[in-house]
Design a protein around this ligand. Structure first.
Ligand code: TRP
Ligand code: SF4
Length: 368
């Protein structure tokens, strides 16, 4: 394979991914198989999860009720989170509800190193928004262990141990560079991923966006190399596809203004309608054509957002689909009937849960 053909994913940059099948092959992942997991959740069933690494080990732990953990981390690179992060948290919630010991970390060291967000600011964002938002999205406040990377000494110790096991060339081959900030962040992340195994060796699943695949590859290599000394289980992962921007671009950027953020105060909910109104749809050139041929739903970002985030009820989603492809609805009618209605419900519910979570902030559990 030539260099141009190789898919390079830069976890800190903007990457374009069109060909998930190729990605799965090149990263040695498996296609996501929701048949192996009991009661798959909405995102798992609707194709948000498209890839996995060693999912069997987790499915087996669930089925045989053996201990396992689920861990993910999110950078406090902006004050709010966007809907891509919501799908990661929904994965964490699924594994939590199926018995995982749950860890969610605030990647403040990473955002200091790679984005220049001070640790102080990172912590402030975490407490004011990120952590209550994760609770509002359905994580169990009594069962989720939170920490900030900068406050977890065991994580930095593990990072140091991992750093012995990788050569400069290997690092460069996986990440495309050996930029000091990336080195700092990558080893810290390996420390995160292995951290729960310090107290108990057990399988673990790391739900992440596909941009994080290089970290998973690296930490699995390192765990293998640390096997005799430490006996870590190789971490598993489930991958989410990119959340496309509403204009249809698959450019991944956490600060993209085309993405819809969480939360949006009640009084500003019109913004969501405005954004949806500007979104790329699969509408045809004329109303006659659309009535005759139906919409091109596979291109439609309005449908994509309803499917992945806003419409929880399968029957409602099926109706939206049906009414699009048979040409019953024009896009304007469809947006009013489905997208606006269910987006509004989604945000109202989030806002309500967020207020509640903020009140309960004292009950949140932090790793010692
Ligand atoms: N690198 C992740 C991001 O860009 C954050 C992160 C840090 C993480 N440590 C992690 C994700 C451990 C999964 C597991 O948001
Ligand atoms: Fe999208 Fe709805 Fe238009 Fe179909 S009718 S293309 S689902 S906006």
């Amino acid at each position: 394979m030539t260099e141009e053909q190789k898919v390079i994913i830069d976890p800190w940059g903007n990457a374009l991914v069109h060909d998930y099948a190729r990605l799965i092959k090149e990263f040695g992942m498996q296609s996501f198989d929701n048949n192996i997991f009991p009661e798959p959740n909405l995102q798992m069933r609707r194709g948000v999860n498209f890839g996995m690494q060693d999912g069997e080990q987790i499915a087996n732990a669930i089925k045989s009720k053996k201990p396992f953990y689920c861990l993910t981390g999110i950078m406090p690179s902006s004050e709010k989170i966007h809907l891509g992060t919501e799908t990661v948290i929904q994965n964490v919630r699924y594994f939590q509800e199926h018995g995982a010991k749950t860890y969610v970390l605030i990647a403040d060291v990473e955002s200091q190193a790679t984005r220049g967000v001070s640790l102080e600011e990172g912590k402030k964002r975490a407490l004011e928004f990120h952590i209550p938002a994760y609770i509002a999205l359905g994580l169990d406040i009594n069962k989720t262990n939170f920490y900030l990377q900068s406050e977890n000494k065991k994580v930095s110790n593990l990072a140091a141990i991992c750093s012995q096991k990788i050569t400069e060339n290997e690092f460069r081959a996986i990440y495309g560079s050996v930029h000091p900030a990336k080195v700092m962040a990558a080893f810290t992340q390996m420390g995160d991923i292995l951290f729960p195994q310090l107290s108990e060796r057990m399988p673990g699943v790391i739900p992440v966006g596909i941009d994080q695949a290089p970290h998973i590859r690296m930490v699995r290599d390192v765990s293998r190399r640390l096997k005799t000394e430490y006996g870590f289980f190789l971490p598993s992962a489930v991958y989410n596809k990119y959340t496309p921007a509403l204009n249809g671009s698959f450019k991944m950027s956490k600060s993209d203004s085309e993405l819809i953020k969480l939360e949006i105060p009640e009084k500003d909910l019109k913004i969501v309608e405005k954004k949806i109104n500007k979104a790329l749809t699969g509408g045809r050139a004329t109303r006659e054509e659309q009535h005759a041929k139906g919409g091109e739903i596979e291109k439609c970002m309005v449908y994509e957002y309803c499917k992945d985030h806003f419409i929880k009820d399968d029957k409602v989603l099926a109706k939206m689909y049906e009414e699009c492809v048979t040409g019953k609805n024009l896009c304007g009618e469809c947006k009013a009937k489905y997208a606006f209605t269910y987006a509004k419900q989604f945000y109202e519910e989030f806002n309500k849960n967020f207020e509640k979570a903020k009140k309960n902030i004292g009950k949140i559990k932090f790793v010692e």
